[in-house]
Design a protein around this ligand. Structure first.
Ligand SMILES: Cc1cc2nc3c(=O)[nH]c(=O)nc-3n(C[C@H](O)[C@H](O)[C@H](O)COP(=O)(O)O)c2cc1C
Length: 169
């Protein structure tokens, strides 16, 4: 698949089948995250956590999240190092670049996916769950990607289906 086809085919999928994702596909997705640009090239400020343990995914969801993982059998969490109490803008934007690389690679591999932030708010305060997920201390989840197979075949989205206002000078 060309990079442009993956860009236009990617769409948020919010209903997953229980079918597991092959670990080699998940490794490819993680590798694509490693290839992303991050601010100042400081890769030690980021951490990736692959979750295929559905008990852990359910525990994140049961923390009263605003949006769940929709039954996805795999979730990748991108965490970033805190600067004081918070993650800085540079780190948040960089985490976005990492997750987009992974989303496009999942699409390229024929896997449904959805970038998800809503599940992470309560998680960042659940120190027991963060420890069980082996997220390093002083790191906090910033963004995540649900990955799996869709419950129903999805229509390919129309090219340029969103309208971000643009000006040219
Ligand atoms: C930073 C970010 C956070 C998002 N958080 C969620 C979320 O918590 N739950 C969800 O269902 N979708 C989430 N999305 C997916 C967006 O809602 C979706 O990408 C957008 O509506 C456009 O649709 P499309 O991805 O199909 O093009 C998020 C996307 C981004 C980039």
């Amino acid at each position: 698949m060309s990079i442009r086809k993956a860009i236009y085919d990617r769409q948020a999928i919010r209903d997953y089948a229980a079918q597991k994702v092959e670990s080699r596909d998940l490794d490819e997705i993680l590798d694509a995250g490693q290839a992303a640009p991050v601010g100042m090239g400081e890769y030690t400020k980021y951490h990736l956590t692959l979750l295929t343990d559905t008990d852990i995914i359910s525990r994140i969801e049961s923390d009263n999240v605003s949006t769940p993982y929709y039954g996805a059998p795999a979730v990748i969490i991108v965490s970033a190092q805190k600067d004081g109490a918070f993650v800085g803008t540079l780190e948040s934007v960089s985490a976005g670049a990492i997750v987009e690389n992974m989303a496009l690679t999942a699409t390229d591999l024929g896997l449904a996916n959805c970038v998800i932030m809503g599940a992470l708010g309560p998680l960042s305060k659940d120190t027991q769950l963060l420890a069980d997920m082996k997220i390093p201390q002083n790191f906090v989840p910033v963004i995540s990607l649900a990955v799996g197979y869709p419950n129903e075949k999805q229509a390919t989205p129309e090219k340029r289906r969103h309208a971000i206002e643009t000006n040219k000078i």
